[in-house]
Design a binder for this molecule. Structure first.
Ligand SMILES: Cc1cc2nc3c(=O)[nH]c(=O)nc-3n(C[C@H](O)[C@H](O)[C@H](O)COP(=O)(O)OP(=O)(O)OC[C@H]3O[C@@H](n4cnc5c(N)ncnc54)[C@H](O)[C@@H]3O)c2cc1C
Length: 347
C-alpha cells in the first residue's frame, strides 16, 4: 500500500513511522524546508502528567496517560537517538493548598507524585531563591526536544520518502496536488498538517491557538528538570540554555516584547541570577472544538484520513499508531480501547 502523509511535524512523523513499520510505502510531503517546520519547532517538550490537575477533563487526562506510556516504544526503538533533555518535573501553585490539591488528585488517579517541602525543594533545586513551601514532584515526567524527536522518528522509519518544500494545495481522491503543479498519487492520504488542516479541508472544527516559546540563557544550577511555578514554565538544558513556555499575550504580537521582559524579570527574581532571553516565538497549536483528537477516515472523501491533535508531542506515538491502523484497515482493534479512531469529522 502506498500512503501520502501531509506534514512532517511530530504527528506526521509518527503516522509515517507506524505506517512504515507495518510495511506501507510512505511519502511525506512537507511545505517547509525541513521536517518540524510548524508548531512542533515551538513546542516546550514536556512529556508527562505534571501539567495536569483536578480542573482537567478526565477523558483527556486518560488519553494523555495512555499516550505517555507509548513513548516507551519510541525510547526503546530510538535508544540514545530519543532526544531527552531532562528528567522530572517540579510543579507548584501560588497557594500551597492548591498544590496539595494537585498532589491529592494525582495520588487518587494512581500517578506517581511526591510532596516536597521547602527543604526538599531547596535540596533538589538549589538555584531557587525562594523555594515554595510545597511542591509536587513528578519523577517520571521528561523533557524532550520536539523538533529533534520528529526528525529522529522520521529517520528511523524504514523507507519513508520525505519531500520538503512540497506544499499541498488541493486534494482529489488518492491525489495530493502540490503548489508547483506536481500530482502525487497514493492509495490513501493522511492529513497531519496541524493547524493548517483547514486550508485543505475548510469547515473542519480546528482552530489555531497561539502560544509562545522563549529560549534564553541563565545559570540556574538545576539539572534539566521542568520547573512549573505560578509565574513560569521552564526547563533548563545542558550548559546555561533555558526554554520557557508562555501564554500568548492578550494584546497580541504587540505584547510579545513586554511578555519577554516580564518573564526575564520573574526568572531573575526567582533564581537571583542574570537572565538573557531571545525573541519570543509564536506557535499555532491545532486545537479541535472539543479538545479531542481528530483521527480516522474523513466521511465522503474516499482514501482521505485525518491525524490532528493537541498536545501533539505527548499524543504522537499513540495517535500515530491508531492512525496507521485506520489507514491499513486493521479495524479489528477498533473498540478495544476507548480512544480508537474517532470519526468525528465535519466536512
Ligand atoms: C509554546 C508551546 C509549547 C508547547 N508545549 C508542548 C508540550 O510541552 N507538550 C506537547 O505535547 N505539546 C506542546 N505544544 C503543542 C505541540 O507543539 C503541538 O500540539 C504539536 O507540535 C502539533 O504537531 P503537528 O505535527 O500536528 O503540527 P505541526 O508541527 O504544525 O506540523 C504540521 C506540518 O505540516 C506542514 N504543513 C502545513 N500545511 C501543509 C501543506 N499544505 N502541505 C504540506 N505540508 C504542510 C507544516 O509545515 C508542519 O511542518 C506546545 C506548543 C507551543 C506553541
Amino acid at each position: 500500500m502506498r500512503v501520502i502523509v501531509v506534514g512532517a511535524g511530530i504527528v506526521g512523523a509518527s503516522v509515517a513511522w507506524h505506517l512504515a513499520q507495518a510495511g506501507a510505502a510512505v511519502e511525506v510531503l512537507e511545505a517547509g524546508a525541513s521536517p518540524a517546520a510548524g508548531v512542533t519547532a515551538r513546542a516546550f517538550g514536556w512529556v508527562g502528567l505534571g501539567a495536569q490537575g483536578p480542573e482537567d477533563d478526565p477523558e483527556l487526562f486518560a488519553l494523555r496517560l495512555r499516550a505517555i506510556g507509548e513513548h516507551a516504544r519510541w525510547r526503546a526503538a530510538l535508544g540514545t537517538r530519543y532526544p531527552l533533555s531532562g528528567q522530572g518535573a517540579l510543579v507548584w501553585r501560588a497557594d500551597p493548598r492548591d498544590t496539595q490539591r494537585v498532589i491529592d488528585w494525582h495520588r487518587k488517579q494512581g500517578n506517581r507524585v511526591e510532596a516536597l517541602d521547602r527543604a526538599a525543594v531547596a535540596a533538589l533545586e538549589p538555584g531557587l531563591h525562594r523555594p515554595p513551601e510545597l511542591a509536587a514532584w513528578f519523577p517520571q515526567d521528561v523533557a524532550s526536544e520536539p523538533p529533534a524527536l520528529a526528525r529522529a522518528v522520521l529517520a528511523d522509519a524504514p523507507g519513508v520518502a520525505l519531500r520538503c518544500e512540497a506544499r499541498v494545495v488541493a486534494l482529489e481522491p488518492g491525489i495530493a496536488l502540490l503548489a508547483d503543479g506536481t500530482r502525487v498519487t497514493g492509495d490513501a492520504v493522511v492529513l497531519a498538517n496541524g493547524a493548517a488542516v483547514t486550508d485543505l479541508l475548510p469547515g473542519l472544527d480546528v482552530g489555531r491557538s497561539p502560544a509562545v516559546l522563549i529560549e534564553g540563557r541563565a545559570r540556574l544550577r538545576g539539572s534539566g528538570r521542568i520547573l512549573c511555578g505560578p509565574d513560569f514554565e521552564l526547563r533548563s538544558v545542558s550548559g546555561a540554555r533555558i526554554v520557557l513556555a508562555e501564554w500568548f499575550p492578550p494584546e497580541g504580537e504587540a505584547g510579545l516584547p513586554a511578555l519577554a521582559r516580564a518573564a526575564a524579570a520573574a526568572l531573575s527574581r526567582e533564581f537571583a541570577t542574570e537572565v538573557t532571553l531571545a525573541a519570543p516565538q509564536v506557535g499555532q497549536r491545532p486545537v479541535t472544538g472539543d479538545g479531542r483528537p481528530m483521527l480516522g477516515p474523513v466521511p465522503d472523501h474516499p482514501g482521505l484520513f485525518l491525524a490532528v491533535a493537541h498536545p501533539g508531542v505527548i499524543l504522537a506515538p499513540f495517535l500515530g499508531r491508531l492512525a496507521a491502523e485506520a489507514v491499513l484497515g486493521r479495524t479489528e482493534a477498533r473498540g478495544r480501547g476507548k480512544f480508537h479512531p474517532r470519526y468525528r469529522v465535519s466536512s
